[in-house]
Write a protein that binds this ligand. Structure first.
Ligand SMILES: C[S@@+](CC[C@H](N)C(=O)[O-])C[C@H]1O[C@@H](n2cnc3c(N)ncnc32)[C@H](O)[C@@H]1O
Length: 257
């Protein structure tokens, strides 16, 4: 079974029985203040100006949107289709005196009136991996490209799946998902077609599973090019010089020109 989104379509990768527990534990898994310390400077270093208008394609519990709002001059339009995540994001934002109003578009069907409006699109936290069909991933990336103004950039990441498929998953808590003291994350299944991770909240004992499509080496980079991004820079754990065998996340800064 798949979960109903705010717009009545289905959300891939999520099991409805798990998703409330997942949303509840996500802020502890993210550890927002630690994450924003590295994520916000990285995004802003790649911004076309110091006050970019950002479309945060996957608000989740608020990590990127709240980080940018607190620590930069960016304006952010968040987007979230999972009502459980949105509730958590609103509550996390409120704790920090921020008000959130989110759009709720499936990345595969973003309306044309938003085209060309944004200096940046962010799709972070290993999110595109939740779409299992290649055509759907490509459509999402084409839509992200269409949202950008001429000098705009998409910032998108993925876990280092080749490492995971070799049985070398690691989670240092230094990048993206920083709350390893509160939420344990382990790979319970990995093959070429899917990776399933189990998240366990170490205090509440809550558990949830997430199913992901494992990008092969170079696959997301190739897909970005196919979607029309001509200029794609790759970073490993936010560094431009890195060893692909040793990093936990790849982040891409992709520009149409
Ligand atoms: C792994 S969470 C990451 C959330 C947040 N960016 C973070 O880093 O914590 C993935 C997010 O992608 C969203 N998502 C998954 N598939 C989507 C789709 N097809 N369209 C729009 N959002 C989607 C989910 O609702 C969820 O918030």
């Amino acid at each position: 079974m798949q979960k109903q989104t705010r717009r009545g379509s289905t959300l891939p990768g999520y099991d409805p029985a798990e998703s409330k527990r997942m949303a509840r534990m996500w802020p502890d898994f993210v550890k927002m203040e630690k994450r924003m310390g590295k994520e916000v400077p990285f995004i802003m270093a790649n911004a076309p100006n110091q006050k970019p208008l950002v479309f945060d394609a996957c608000l989740g519990c608020g990590a990127t949107t709240i980080g940018l709002r607190l620590k930069s001059g960016a304006s952010v339009v968040p987007n979230e289709i999972d009502p459980d995540m949105l509730d958590v994001a609103i509550s996390e934002a409120r704790k920090r005196d921020i008000r959130i109003r989110a759009l709720s578009h499936d990345w595969r069907s973003i309306p044309s009136h938003l085209q060309g409006m944004f200096d940046m699109v962010t799709c972070l936290g290993n999110s595109l991996t939740l779409i299992f069909e290649q055509e759907g991933r490509l459509r999402a990336l084409r839509n992200f490209a269409s949202l950008l103004s001429p000098k705009g950039a998409l910032v998108i990441d993925e876990r280092n799946y080749p490492r995971i498929l070799e049985g070398r998953f690691s989670q240092s808590g230094e990048y993206v998902y920083c709350g390893i003291d509160k939420v344990a994350c382990r790979v319970v299944h990995a093959d070429e077609t899917q990776v399933i991770m189990e998240y366990e909240h170490l205090q509440s004992g809550d558990r949830a599973l997430l199913r992901m499509y494992p990008f092969k080496r170079g696959e997301l980079h190739g897909l970005l090019r196919e979607a029309g991004f001509e200029n794609v820079r790759t970073f490993g754990d936010y560094q431009e010089r890195f060893s692909p065998d040793n990093v936990e996340f790849f982040t891409y800064v992709a520009r149409v020109r």
